[in-house]
Structure formats: C-alpha cells, structure tokens
Design a protein around this ligand. Structure first.
Ligand SMILES: NC(=O)c1ccc[n+]([C@@H]2O[C@H](COP(=O)([O-])OP(=O)(O)OC[C@H]3O[C@@H](n4cnc5c(N)ncnc54)[C@H](OP(=O)(O)O)[C@@H]3O)[C@@H](O)[C@H]2O)c1
Length: 353
C-alpha cells in the first residue's frame, strides 16, 4: 500500500486519489468499469475523487499497472471476450487476485466475482488483506458476508466494507438499514428480494406451467442458466443473512430456515390463491435477534407486497417506534448493480483518506 495515508495523495486541497482493483470482469464487472469510465469526471468535479484502476482480473488472469491502467487500455479491455483480459498487452495470464493485491497498492477492492457460498475463502482472504491494511472493500458478491459477517463486520472493518449491491442492488436499502435506522430498533424486515422467483410466480397466475415460466425468465435474462439458487431460496437466505448482519445480529445463510421452494407445487398454490383474489409471494423474513426464514406466503390486496410484480423488489421494515416503512425498487440487473457499486466507491473514498 502507499506511504502517504494509504496511498492516497492529496492531488490538490480537497481532492483525493483513489486506486481501485476490480476482481471479476463479467456482466457486472464490465458494467462497473464502463460506468467508471463514463462518470470519472463527475467523481472528480462533484466529490473531489481522482479515481484510477490499478487492475482488472478475471478467472484466467490479471491486467495490472501499479500506477493505474490508462483509460484507453481499460476501454479496450471491455471489448475482449470473457476470460481474456490478461491476454492484452502487459497482462499477466495465471496471476491471481491475491497476487494482484500484493503487486499494486490499491485503496479499494471491488469484488464482482461469482457468489460461491460453499467456498468463499479466496474472497475472504482478499478482504482480509485489503481491510487489514487500511483499505476498503466494495462488493456485489454476497458469499463472504452471508457466510462470515461475524469476522468481517468488526468494529474496525465495518466502516470500510460496503455492500449495498448485494441486496436490492438497484435500491439503496442497505444504506437505509445501516445509517437511516441508526439508534432505532428494527424488529422485523420482510422482503420480496428475488426478482426471478417473483417474476415466475406472476407467470403462474397467468396460467404458464413451471418449466415454461423458467424458460421465459431465462430468455429475458431474469433467471440464470441454472436457476436453482433462486428457486431453492439460497439467494433469499443469503440476503436475509446480510440484512440480519447489518442490523447487528450476525448470522449465516446456513442458519436461515428455508421452509419452501418454488416448484410445480408452489405454482399450483399461486394459481389457486390468485383465483381467490390473493397472491403467493416468496419472501425472506428477518426477525432481528430471533431468526430468519424464507417461505412462500399468501398475501391479500391489503398487503403492500400484493402489487410488487415482475422483477421488482420490496421490503417492509417494522421498527419499535413507528409505522412500517416500505421500500420498493429495482433489485438486480448489471447496470443497477454497477451503479450501486459506484455509489459505494464514493462512500469508500471518504473512509480510506
Ligand atoms: N448480475 C446481477 O444483476 C447481480 C446483481 C447483484 C449482485 N450480483 C453479484 O455480482 C457478482 C458478479 O455477477 P456477474 O453477473 O457479473 O457474474 P459473471 O458474469 O459470472 O462474472 C463473474 C466474473 O468473475 C470472474 N471470476 C470468477 N472467479 C474468479 C477469480 N477467482 N478471480 C478473479 N475473477 C474471477 C469471472 O471470470 P471469467 O470472465 O474468466 O469467467 C467473471 O469475469 C456475483 O457475486 C453476483 O451474485 C449480480
């Protein structure tokens, strides 16, 4: 890391230079770099942040320059096929993110690698390296927090770990829970937080069969080629765990009770409920300090969740002091997620100066 206040050099009074490393160069990683290229002047003029990218990495290697990659090279990197970034001039095929962190003096690591819940160790190691030396981490990857928030959200690391892209990426829910509810007692958060399952349950109401609905969601880019993590509630459980951690009740996705899954039977239930003027929603419920679960619940027209349709997300937050607060907005999507990461980068820049 740098020798002047963690490598951040005051370029001119009120300005700071931030060196970023990007781990993962797929859908979201590329959308983030695109947005950074487009908004870097805005970051400078509005926030006084002079940003540079020291490395971008995919599963095959790294493209790095300690002094920062030229923006023209970054623009070129956006055009190479997946897994090809280290094939560009000056790239290092076979180099790992861990090695890239050691070789550059980044201030902020942006983690946009796949969420691997059964093997989050490499990412945890990256976070420890960066946070342990005073840097910040901005992440869209749910796995490290959903599995090990107890070791990451410590008093000294918590202020430098930013993760609003992990839950309801297009809507700043995490900011609201982290800061907006400071000092208040949140008792329960109930949310439609998985666009894929909400979308397909809507198709069930229209009479589509389960397989047909999944294919439709895949065609539209809502569902992954392997949608099991969404349909079996793993994605919802990870988000429930992250919300619980944010509200001061550390847990893991493995302790979130998954009471039901979205399958043929759930489709039958959704159709039958719809015929009675009700809807079935696949929700995550966090009862702070008590436990969390994922379940199919039936809601009536009086529920705010009734009209949350398609890939939209919404949560109802119940605190001990006031009426319920509802937050509704877009969840995932490469551009929305990239924008959440950029917003977190602005927040991170303040913490590493
Ligand atoms: N897509 C969304 O709308 C969305 C929304 C919220 C959160 N997220 C989260 O954001 C993350 C990225 O999603 P995505 O859609 O961009 O995934 P993606 O398209 O599969 O991209 C993942 C990238 O990570 C790279 N990668 C894999 N293992 C790596 C390693 N060990 N070291 C360095 N790079 C590695 C891959 O390399 P190759 O290119 O070589 O395969 C690829 O470039 C995931 O954790 C996801 O859950 C996504």
């Amino acid at each position: 890391m740098g020798d002047m206040g963690r490598g951040i050099v005051a370029v001119e009074p009120g300005k700071r230079r931030i060196k970023v490393g990007v781990a993962g160069f797929g859908n979201v990683g590329r959308a983030f770099v695109e947005l950074l290229v487009e908004r870097r002047e805005l970051l400078d003029s509005r926030y006084g942040i002079d940003v540079s990218v020291s490395f971008v990495a995919d599963s095959k290697g790294v493209l790095a320059r300690r002094e920062g990659l030229p923006w023209s090279l970054l623009a070129l990197s956006l055009k190479v096929p997946r897994g090809g970034v280290s094939g560009l001039e000056g790239g290092s095929p076979g180099m790992s993110v861990e090695e890239a962190i050691a070789a550059t003096d980044i201030d902020v690591l942006v983690d946009v690698t796949p969420s691997n819940y059964s093997r989050p160790d490499p990412q945890l190691k990256w976070y420890r390296l960066v946070l342990g030396s005073g840097g910040a981490v901005v992440t869209a990857d749910k796995a490290p927090l959903a599995t090990r928030c107890d070791s990451l959200l410590t008093a000294s690391w918590r202020p430098r770990l930013f993760y609003k892209a992990t839950v309801m990426a297009g809507t700043p829910l995490i900011d609201m829970l982290r800061w907006g509810f400071s000092g208040r007692i949140v008792e329960r958060v109930t949310g439609i937080l998985n666009g894929t399952t909400n979308y397909v349950l809507g198709l069930a109401e229209e009479g589509l069969g389960f397989e047909e609905a999944i294919r439709d969601a895949q065609r539209r880019g809502y569902a992954e080629p392997d949608p099991s993590s969404d349909l079996e509630g793993l994605d919802l459980a990870a988000k429930a765990a992250i919300i619980s951690c944010t509200l001061g009740s550390p847990t893991t996705l493995w302790s979130v009770e998954r009471r039901s899954v979205v399958n043929e039977e759930a489709f039958e239930r959704a159709r039958e409920a719809f015929s009675r003027g009700r809807r079935v929603k696949y929700v995550a419920v966090v009862e702070v300090g008590k436990g969390s679960f994922v379940d199919l619940v039936e809601v009536s027209k009086n529920s705010v969740l009734f009209n949350v349709s398609g890939a939209m997300n919404a949560v109802v937050i119940r605190s001990s002091e006031a009426e319920e607060v509802t937050v509704m907005g877009p969840g995932a999507g490469r551009k929305a997620t990239a924008a959440a990461l950029l917003s977190d980068l602005v927040l991170a820049a303040r913490e590493v100066s």
